[in-house]
Design a protein around this ligand. Structure first.
Ligand code: FES
Length: 265
């Protein structure tokens, strides 16, 4: 008979019961815990890092034994050798539940991480970018099942990431054939999700797993000043800021004078 174990996530406090062998990433997804993943659990992106805790947690009514997670595996070792992994950290897609366990999700593994900006006048924000990265493995073309590259890529995004109705414009189509073949049918897609109304759009492709970051610019056009912040969309960090006076100011300090400005003036 399969046994179920308590999995408790901090700092969210979410908990649930899972069968022996359930990957921590799967448990997190089922409970709606904010645990990042770009590679979809293939052990290559390291976004899903977690810190397991062992011992007595009387506050939560749980005792965690040494073997509460599966043993360190070769995928984790390969990642640690290649890129380094802080001691005590595990990959959430590789470590599986073997007993009651308490799992901490560090800030850098949270998709909607809280960012506290240093300047006193700005508030905490939750990073929720409209552009995200998704790594997929696309089926190779098959004479017996003829379909286009875009069709198979869209299909992979739906099956592997539950993204429905993904579209791509002509510029993406032009590069798609080459990018897919260069990456041996493995590709990272930058997908733009507009708020609800339009379908998600592929806006860029990289062969294989893209390990860099993506940037966005937030622009605030005010009546007096125009400001722009360059942000790292994965960490939420503001990398640079610039501002200038709004040049419309010479047509009047108040908005009404500008709105009423005649074209021939
Ligand atoms: S989800 Fe990518 S390494 Fe675990």
């Amino acid at each position: 008979m399969t046994q179920e174990h308590l999995v408790l996530f901090t700092p969210s406090g979410r908990r649930g019961w899972f069968e022996t062998g359930t990957p921590i990433l799967t448990a997190a997804r089922k409970l709606g815990v904010d645990l990042d993943s770009v590679c979809g659990g293939r052990g290559i992106c390291s976004k899903c890092q977690i810190t397991p805790s062992f011992g007595d947690f009387s506050k939560h009514g749980v005792t965690v034994a040494k073997g509460a997670l599966s043993e360190w595996n070769s995928v984790e070792q390969r990642y640690k050798d290649k890129r380094g992994l802080v001691d005590g950290r595990r990959l959430g897609c590789q470590a599986t539940v073997q007993g009651d366990i308490v799992i901490d999700v560090p800030p850098e593994s949270q998709v909607h991480k809280q960012v506290v900006r240093k300047r006193a006048e700005v508030i905490d924000i939750t990073v929720n970018p409209s552009i995200r990265l998704y790594y997929v493995e696309v089926e190779e073309p098959d004479m017996h099942n003829p379909s286009g590259d875009l069709e198979r890529l869209v299909d992979a995004l739906e099956k592997q990431w539950q993204l429905k109705g993904v579209q791509a414009d002509f510029n993406i189509l032009l590069q798609m054939q080459q990018v897919l073949r260069k990456g041996e049918w493995k590709v990272t897609c930058a997908v733009h999700h507009a708020d609800g109304e339009t379908n998600p759009q592929i806006i860029h492709l990289w062969s294989g797993l893209y390990e860099g970051t993506i940037y966005g610019v937030a622009v605030d056009v005010g009546s007096t000043t125009i400001a722009a912040d360059l942000c790292d969309l994965t960490s939420g960090e503001v990398l640079g800021s610039a501002s200038a006076m709004n040049p419309q100011i010479r047509f009047g300090e108040d908005l009404m004078s500008r709105v009423s400005l005649r074209h021939d003036e």
